[in-house]
Write a protein that binds this ligand. Sequence first.
Ligand code: PCG
Length: 551
Amino acid sequence: RLFEADTPRSNVWLCSSLCGANNDERTLDPQGKIYISWLCVVSLSFLYNAWVIPLRASFPFQTKANTNIWLACDFCADIIYLLDVVFFKHRVMYLFEGFWVKNKNLTRKNYMRKLQFKLDLLALLPLELFYLKYGTGAVWLRFPRFFKIQSFWEVFRLLDRVISSPHFVRVAKTLTYMLYMIHITAALYYAYSDYQGLGQNRWVFSGKGHPYVRCFAFATKTATSIGKNPKPERQGEYVFMTVAWLMGVFVFALLIGQIRDIISTATRNKHEYRQLEDETLEYMRRLNLSKEVQSRVKMWFQFTWEQQRTLDESNILDALPINLKTDIAISVHIQTLSKVQLFADCEEALLRDLVLKLRAVTFLPGDFVCRKGEVGREMYIVKLGQVQVMGGPSSDVVLATLTEGSVFGEISLLGINGADRRTADVRSKGYSNLFVLSKSDLNEVIAYYPNAQAILKKRARQLMRKNAAREREEEERERARSALQADVVIGNPKTPETPPKLLQTVIQALPYESPAVVLITRGSKRVRRKRQSLQMETIVEPTMDVAGCAE
Ligand code: PCG
């Protein structure tokens, strides 16, 4: 309704902005490199303030000689705060009802509505003007600069999202908190010691050595409850130590616990996989299974981890909506899937429908993926490695070697051979990783893609015809072989060049009507051709006893 004639102008403007029609090129993407880099700069100036204000307020590090240097650094940090408000924060795009708002006026209004804007203004409060009254030593007048802590939190939140190893970001954040707490304790310790008088008793800072280093060491020992600190003597010292210990016990325990959680999250996947592997191996040891089987299982676990880094990839993406899952699965496996001819020849939708149904399985060298005569329940796509289709009477002839992107196992699945039995053995040559597609999943999807069904069936029939022809040929060769065994051998292995004429003569001279002849020859083409024709003629019914005749 916003686009109807009586729509107020402001609404049309708002809507067109939301739809991106009125984009301003100078707005910033809140997850873009420019904005995050700038936030890092702002966070560094926040850290400068957070570290240096307590340092200068308690330790005697700001002297007359270096005051100007400190003031110059403060000025730089303040300029960064100011630039942040004037040039950056109000240009950050935001989401409104599912659209990115890129209009500068709207992003400014959005920023000004937020609490962050008020805190950013507070952080810029120029209380340093009171230096005129209290002198430049009153560094605590800069305390409003702490209100910029929002930017510090924001940069960690964004880095956590965009960086490839967020664990480092989380550990860095927790470590910063820990170090900062020690820093504050050290500053308070020095301030208290200074107030009481340095070296006044055994508990306060003695004034010997570098004050920051000594106080930081004291604070570290107290906050982490390592102990070995001098005993407090005055009441104030007891209060200080009690607060420091409590902080050590609760806050430090919390922060250290956080680091442990971060690290265990980072390694949880590997840990769970290891645990399962150990349990499986332990189970096999209890059952006294042979060493060979155990080592094969171990190898399988190792290879599967190297390939997938998990046992079941599909579990990881369970929480995502199906379209995102499909996109991820396609981009993860695109290298293999782009090589599958079936997907290249069919609609893209087929790939999208099938990709989530594929399950990755690992096979070890020599493993049988399927065996001839078994009921076919799955079809396969080679993802990595090579598999061999084995044929021949004793399944020892390699009919084909299939590589990445090859599809097999479809013949029995489609019932092309009239039954649902495997037509050949298929064996993994080395390590191989295959996608498995179950019969029900294939049938469910393929019912909507007659084109793909036709291609699969055509290919399956071609393979069947090829196999049938090969089998016929093999049968004939087998028959010939058995026939030749029972007949006559002509020729001398040492001088195989028997002239054809002589052969003809020998064969005619044989006292059999249809003798089968094996000619030992390595001779010229002509002789070989002759030999073939002779065999063709003669290998018909090799029934006679030829004993003695060969001589
Ligand atoms: P299926 O289900 O019979 O199981 C074994 C699979 O090996 C078979 O399906 C075919 O996909 C495949 N196969 C059988 N014979 C051949 C062949 O001669 N060449 C190739 N490339 N594959 C074959």
